[in-house]
Design a protein around this ligand. Sequence first.
Ligand SMILES: Cc1ncc(COP(=O)(O)O)c(C=O)c1O
Length: 922
Amino acid sequence: MSSELTSGSGPALNEYYNASQLRADSWSRLKADSARLAAAAASADTSSLQRRVAETMAMLEPIEIYWAFPGRHNFKHLQRLFELGEYVGMSRSIARIVRSLMSNAYRHKAIPLGLNGETEEQEDADSVIESAEEVAHQRPYFEILVVDNMTLGQEQALRHSLRKMRRSEDQFIYEAVIVPSFEDAVIAVLQNHNIQAVVARYGFSYRSVHNFALLHRSLTRIDERHIADLQSEDYGIALARVCETLRPELDFYLVTDQSVEDVAGRVPQNCRRVFYNQEDYVELHLNILRGINKRYKSPFFSALREYARQPTGVFHAMPISRGKSITKSHWIKDMGEFYGLNIFLAETSATSGGLDSLLDPHGPIKEAQELAARAFGAKQTYFVTNGTSTANKIVVQSLIRPGDIVLVDRDCHKSHHYGMVLSGAQVIYLDSYPLDQFSMYGAVPLREIKHQLLKLKKAGKLDRVKLLLLTNCTFDGIVYNVERFMQECLAIKPDLVFLWDEAWFAFARFGPTYRQRTAMHCAKALRERYCSDDYRETYVAWKEEFDKLDPEDEATWLDRPLLPDPDQVVIRTYACQSTHKTLTSLRQGSMIHVYDQSFRTKVEDAFHEAYMTHTSTSPNYQILASLDVGRRQVELEGFELVQKQVEMAMVLRQAVASHPLLRKHFRFLTVQDMIPEEYRKSGIKKYYDPEDGWTRIWEAWAEDEFVLDATRLTLYVGDIGIDGDTFKNRYLMEKYGIQVNKTSRNTVLFMTNIGTTRSSVAYLIEVLVSIAHELEEESADANQAEQRVHARKVHSLTKELPPLPDFSRFHGTFQPGGDDSTGEGDLRTAYFLAYDDSKCDFLPIEDDTIDKKLKAGEDVVSAMFVIPYPPGFPILVPGQVVSPEILEFMRKLDVKEIHGYRPEIGLRVFTKEALSEEAQKN
Ligand SMILES: Cc1ncc(COP(=O)(O)O)c(C=O)c1O
């Protein structure tokens, strides 16, 4: 079929990142072409138009079988109209389909397509635009996937039977998509985000009869282990397993003609019911609705809404509650108008009764947290109303006692550094690989972590090592191979605890590619693997080979993958997510997810205390309700939203790479730019190339040490001679109202999120094109002096980038027992020593005062966290020795904001006397 190479008369197929993009474009093209065909005079030569329509229909046919609307039956009818030359009727129906797909009208009403003899007036009834309230009150719609080999007639009968089950009191409404094979089912669940439940019957085959490359890519997602030696009677169970790995939120129902008891014992967790020879649809229908309702319900949000409706008198310390202090006011009524009354009606506290308490949850908050744990794959989930800044501190405090050793990436969020101070940890800072040319860091290589752990092992300190703390993904989008990192670290220290800062990664669970690199997913996968007999065998064989090598030689450990001992390993994993950063939640809504086999026995009490330490006794209930609803959303449409978020990012990449003017001035940094080759086993260099089209990112995500989150787009602006900060403020914000989060000297970071629309992407492209025109004009009008200034600026931004300094070392005073062999430092002692002004001095960095001291062999020791923005991580921490490289970096920094350093006063350092006095105490 031509669809392998081209998409009708549209762009080449490899221009499409996925089939949903192709589907949307094809319908639009079909609408335009069919309208022209219908309008053409009888005498006109329409052969090329006819060919285009035929090609587009051929392109859509294999895609449409995975969607309930317009459905296989209606699509066939369109094809028939086309063959009969009934272009007017066909064009009208196509227009209606497109309108309905765009407006989502098909989700809540039957769309008359004129295919069943409806009049034009009847058809136009669906054009009435509904109000927001009407839409809000409509029953949510979804689709179920039925996997069975049926004729068109049988399919119609099944659909009819399921529709007959509908009752007015049903909360939801659904339609069925019916596919005949295992492969089609996998394609359907990956393509059609409307699918919420799968019903696998017993008559389906394995292979799909279609062979459409764009769709068949989905099949590479099938884990070979699930289909090895597969017998046809086990297709249903295997499909359940595959669905569980791809979309674990889906409810799976198995209809079998074998012994139900036997089958029920072998099905995975996502299989909600096994039916025997199901012909009675009532049970199935009720189960399907119940399954959706389990995800739909949001106990805390419901309880809060209920509370808001109750008439209560407030004799309690909260005048804003019920809005009274606002509605009665003569001066602040506008606040009430702006927010509306509900937000105040819902203002409450645990002590005012009726609702649960965050500090001691037993009711709807507890239930909401349990549902969140299910959704995010955790064993326990805790809501936090003061952001991941607080979540991080809670976890660190609950796991760490003074003196415990913690390994932490130095460019982590500042909440961790403060967490270390609070808990009294002995900190070992890990250096991420630097990206000097962009003034940013990558992530910490596995080799570096193994090296540190082995050093600690050699020094006999492994028992004091408690926690490894890493940021996944980083602000700039570098994503760790979480499973491999945990596996290899556990081989050295089998009870190591991991805290993955997933502040930017809450959404990741809901995309199958992303999910495999999330902490909770990997913790579960590793636990299951280490319990299996297969793993035990693998381990024994590996150990036998490993024992032949020299264990004293570090290379033995560094140069090969290590496997943990199944008899010793314990999975102890924590993740903190800023739900508010990437999912629906009010600001500060955050979650702590726990997958710790020792939580109940070793951590729970300490966790409770740490939670009490950091949680307000007046938590914001609106934030909690938004976390509950945010969870509902991702369980029902997270897959779709993440898919679109990635798609939008890819559209942006494609636009900038292929637009002649844009590619002349700008480029998005590629995987190759941001991840050195040694960490990319897959060899993948970029996600999109104008010549080669799209890369398959699945393989890279399965294997590579680091991958790039596609939804982070770092625009390189060094070549246009504008620094990141100026580009952000003067161009994007002031002129065009575009907000971005982060810049470096020569880059600006854009992110797509679950709210990004095609229009907002189009707007950004438009803005970049306008800026590019402006640059063209400026360059054309520049006189020689201006050209020289510009060239100097470009040179400075592209060539004169100060190398990012490594962590130097803690001063001996702050190294326990003066032992500097393993590098851990006592951040807390240094931090509090700096409270005493008499122990500190200020040294200028512009002159050579510090250089002279360093040359004379004197240690200059920082008393502060010194954090320049950007890059936003400390280049000095309390107790850290200033190195010539750090000094050089500070001097070359041209940022205005440096926390912990005031140029007019100088760098705050400890006096020599303070250091020796403190050293004597130890
Ligand atoms: C990696 C990382 N962790 C934690 C935080 C803090 O999160 P929050 O803003 O939810 O307090 C941030 C904030 O930007 C972050 O980038």
